[in-house]
Design a protein around this ligand. Structure first.
Ligand code: MSP
Length: 522
């Protein structure tokens, strides 16, 4: 290989990595549907990128330190470590139940993480970007956030509207103010750094009046990582938490080969209320460490309960994702979460809406299409499609639509427009159902037009094969079930096959099997 070719190959290999993260969740109670939402989205993009040949790193985990955890563990008569051990297991279990295949799960109580955070703290201190001062301000314990008088709304925390308390103590500060200019120019040079656009505007408005240095240590509780050279101080939970995205890759903890390979992150998926930490504080910390910043921060919306308030553990109005999965199945839950509401917007969760999506999109449109088509092949041809097929010009409307589906999905997926991608897939599902109505296979069978009948059913099977690849990242179990019914191997779920017509052998045998989404009556 010439030097130039080797460089090209190396470049290509480098470009094909993809690093996606979720926030690390507070294990202050059982996981709820709001947590599942972001992890499902990250799983979908991770499966999709893997399908497209990227070398993917998908990280999630739990954020286990801080006063809030200390308090909740005490309420449960446990020491904090026993408590977070228990709850982080619930998160891991939920990811299994939901079919999530994360590559790594970080816990901020992991030894390697604690040591790396201390090294990072020392590095910033030695550089002069962390200094000791006196902290005076309002503190919101549930949000682990400090506020100035002006930032409070009706004397309450501007994020969660709960009580704040006055705090005055010696503390370490991070020189956030020093990075104002760099953050502003980051936004200017990378218009897609914060997505969607509305969140970017919120961030710009937030920093318009300048940035103040932030307090990065506490002395009023002990459940956290100590400042290595000042044991009375515990490192502020957000500094501890944000750095997980690099410590999980081995940064500042010995083997940093994954860090070199995957950093900067392709996207951090986060909820809208924590965009500020990720889009302002996190890049500033990285700049202070002389590291590249992530390529994109995507702030998704919230699932609200019927009364339009945010679902949250503290309000006790959450929906249990374990229960949902056992009732509807994990694929249906995954589908609903990403289909019902555009990723950046808020949505109201209701069982009625989920049931409606289940019976209409999944059972009626997709499930029936599969069982109807394969049922006819079993009935008319004993399950095997004929070699002899009569294709008509009019078939190309469906064939071309199926062949070009991937182009539309790729655009949506690359922009994290999951709902839009699914609606395009469902247009093809509907087109298949319409095609069956138009071609009337039952009449073709009655008239003995077997070559035409075989072509019609083959066209629907091929479309179903393409549909199964397109839904794999959203509904992996259902995609595999469709492939199985079509007599295909798991490995045929490959993005290379999605735009090709005729992968299914003409004399192949299919089997209806069990219903994909049996209708739920109530
Ligand atoms: N531990 C911090 C994140 C640190 S990341 C370096 C945290 N944890 S959290 O458990 O409170 O929230 C984690 C994520 O769950 C946030 O992105 C939040 O937006 C999301 N959700 C919690 N409730 C939600 C809904 N009701 N709807 C959608 N997502 C919401 O913040």
């Amino acid at each position: 290989m010439t030097l130039l070719n080797r460089k090209l190959v190396e470049n290509l290999m480098q470009r094909r990595t993809f690093y996606v993260t979720t926030p690390i969740y507070y294990p202050s109670g059982n996981p709820h549907i709001g947590h599942a939402y972001c992890t499902v989205a990250a799983d979908v993009i991770s499966k999709y990128k893997k399908l497209r040949g990227f070398d993917v790193m998908f990280l999630t985990g739990t954020d286990e330190h801080g006063q809030k955890i200390e308090i909740v563990a005490k309420e449960n008569n446990m020491d904090p470590k026993t408590y977070v051990d228990l709850i982080s297991l619930r998160f891991k279990k939920l990811w299994r139940v939901l079919g999530i295949t994360n590559d790594r799960f970080i816990r901020t109580t992991n030894d390697f993480h604690k040591k790396a955070v201390q090294r990072i703290f020392i590095r910033l201190y030695e550089k002069g970007d962390i200094y000791k001062g006196l902290y005076k301000g309002w503190y919101c314990t549930p949000c682990e956030s400090f506020w100035t008088e002006n930032q409070l709304v009706s004397s309450k925390c501007p994020d969660c509207s709960r009580d704040v308390h006055w705090s005055e103590e010696e503390a370490y500060f991070f020189k956030l103010s020093k990075y104002l200019g760099d953050i502003l120019s980051l936004y200017d040079k990378n218009p897609n750094f914060v997505q969607p656009e509305s969140r970017k505007n919120e961030m710009k408005a937030f920093i318009e009046n300048g940035l103040q240095d932030i307090c990065v240590s506490r002395t009023n509780f002990s459940w956290g990582i100590n400042v290595p050279f000042d044991k009375n101080h515990v490192i502020y939970v957000w500094l501890d938490a944000l750095t997980n995205y690099i410590t999980a890759l081995g940064y500042a903890s010995g083997d940093d080969s994954d860090f070199k390979k995957f950093w900067p992150a392709s996207v951090h998926f986060v909820g809208k209320e924590i965009v500020r930490f990720h889009a302002i504080i996190w890049p500033a910390i990285l700049m202070a460490l002389d590291l590249p910043v992530p390529k994109c921060i995507h702030g998704h919306g919230w699932w609200l309960s019927d009364d339009s308030s945010k679902m949250s553990k503290s309000k006790g109005n959450t929906v249990d994702p374990f229960e949902l999965c056992s009732y509807y199945g994990s694929d249906a839950v995954r589908y609903f979460l990403l289909r019902e509401v555009p990723f950046g917007s808020d949505g109201v969760f209701s069982h009625e809406a989920l049931l409606k999506r289940f019976n209409s999109d999944l059972a009626n449109d997709l499930g029936n299409l599969l069982s109807r088509c394969l049922g006819m092949i079993e009935k008319y041809f004993s399950g095997t499609l004929l070699e002899d097929q009569e294709i008509l010009e009019s078939d190309y409307d469906l064939i071309n639509m199926a062949k070009s589906l991937y182009l539309k999905i790729e655009k949506d997926m690359d922009a994290f427009q999951f709902s839009s991608a699914l609606s395009k897939i469902w247009k093809l599902v509907s087109r298949c159902n319409k095609y069956i109505e138009e071609t009337k296979p039952w009449d073709l069978a009655k008239d003995g037009k077997n070559a035409r009948l075989s072509a019609v059913l083959y066209n629907v099977c091929e479309s179903l094969r393409i549909i199964s690849i397109s839904i794999f990242s959203f509904m992996p179990k259902s995609a595999l079930q469709i492939q199985d019914c079509l007599g295909l191997q798991k490995k045929s779920i490959d993005w290379k096959n999605i735009g090709i017509w005729g992968i299914l052998k003409k004399n192949s045998t299919v089997a209806k099997g069990e219903a994909l989404f049996p209708r739920i009556e109530f």
